[in-house]
Design a protein around this ligand. Structure first.
Ligand code: SF4
Length: 78
């Protein structure tokens, strides 16, 4: 489920990558990513804590992670 203000989309090839999962978990200062069962889980309860730092977008390969700003329809991506 999305947050009220933020949603995060993780591409399938990132979702199942244990190494990327750990990188995302380490990168996000507000714990929106959890490395679990060899993949990454988005922690829905923390989504609206996102500070739009873009660290997750940079930690993932291009297109791997999209942070959607539901309040203005734009997104952080690369
Ligand atoms: S932009 Fe920053 S705070 Fe938001 S999900 Fe990515 S790493 Fe976490």
């Amino acid at each position: 489920m999305a947050g009220l203000f933020i949603d995060v989309e993780v591409a399938d090839e990132v979702r199942g990558d244990a190494e990327l999962a750990k990188r995302l978990e380490d990168a996000c200062p507000v714990d929106i990513y959890a490395a679990k069962d060899g993949g990454v889980e988005v922690v829905d309860a923390n989504l609206d804590e996102c500070i739009l730092c873009e660290l997750c977008v940079q930690a993932a390969p291009p297109g791997g992670v999209v942070v959607k700003k539901l309040y203005d329809g734009t997104a952080l991506e690369r």
